[in-house]
Write a protein that binds this ligand. Structure first.
Ligand SMILES: C[S@@+](CC[C@H](N)C(=O)[O-])C[C@H]1O[C@@H](n2cnc3c(N)ncnc32)[C@H](O)[C@@H]1O
Length: 270
């Protein structure tokens, strides 16, 4: 097995954090999902030691949180695929997501959109087919929208997992407005961070990936033209996965909006 030499910087560098979380989940005796590719891709892409401090910020918190969020998005995507005749999934800022290989075999089309440096890396690890395609573009260059097949927008699920907090609020607004006008009725499964996470901003800035957009709660998405269908506070999901002391703390603190809204997975309609 050879290691790929890639110098990731800025926000693309952060793709290694969830990749490591999914890989680490595989050493759990009862993983929430099976993901041998994450283990393989992490070995090939190589870990960045400068991310260690951020990843290991509090014992196993990163890997547990990544596993829970991954599983939640998998559930949403699986349901979408089952319920539509021509289900299309578009992962925005896909990084080295291996979701397609976990749950995508019945999708009509699956797109992995990311910046050229990331798509180049993925191309060394993964294979494109007619069903599974890579889009090398910035999500903010809206031409990518024309690459999607011409189907009823209800068939499309966009997943923005760990992407939008890296943009300014006006950029997020612009992207969402454009998506609403191009794909009315499509589903957007999005992750948003609350003000609590601001206290970790410095660590993200230090790795060249500053966090820029924080929400008060999911109503901020309603104010951006989206129809909120479901909102899941990450720290209320699968609490049994946390060490028991954490479970007690999470149960108590997530009663309060400031902690409940720290990390939300929100299913919306465009
Ligand atoms: C934290 S990673 C998340 C990766 C993946 N969604 C996951 O959960 O494993 C953020 C991703 O956003 C991508 N990204 C950053 N800016 C982008 C842009 N303007 N257009 C497309 N992707 C972008 C990065 O390259 C990186 O892969």
């Amino acid at each position: 097995m050879y290691q790929i030499v890639t110098e990731l910087t800025g926000v693309p560098r952060t793709l290694l954090l969830p990749l490591r979380g999914r890989a680490d989940e595989q050493s759990n005796p009862h993983p929430l999902f099976q993901d041998p590719l994450a283990v393989e891709w992490l070995k090939l892409a190589g870990w960045d030691q400068e991310l260690e401090k951020l990843y290991s910020i509090s014992a196993k918190a990163s890997s547990i949180a990544v596993a829970i969020r991954t599983y939640q998005h998998d559930q949403i995507a699986s349901r979408h695929i089952t319920n539509h005749s021509h289900p299309i999934v578009v992962e925005l800022g896909a990084g080295l997501s291996s979701r397609f290989h976990r749950i995508g075999k019945n999708a009509y089309r699956w797109f992995e959109l990311d910046l050229p440096v990331v798509t180049e890396l993925r191309s060394k690890l993964d294979t494109q087919t007619e069903q599974h395609q890579f889009i090398s573009a910035s999500v903010m260059d809206f031409d990518w929208m024309s690459n999607l097949p011409n189907v009823e927008p209800e068939n499309i699920l966009f997943i923005a997992e760990g992407l939008l907090p890296y943009f300014e609020v006006n950029e997020v607004q612009q992207l969402l407005s454009m998506m609403c006008s191009r794909f009315p009725g499509a589903t957007l499964d999005v992750e948003v961070l609350g003000n609590y996470v601001k206290m970790f901003s410095k660590m993200f800035s230090q790795i060249g990936a500053p966090l820029k957009w924080f929400v008060k709660n999911e109503q901020d998405l309603s104010a951006m033209e989206l129809q909120v269908v479901n909102a899941w506070p990450l720290y209320k999901l699968h609490q049994e996965r946390w060490p028991w002391q954490w479970q007690l703390l999470l149960k108590f603190f997530t009663q309060f909006p400031y902690f409940r809204n720290a990390y939300l997975i929100v299913e919306t309609k465009l």
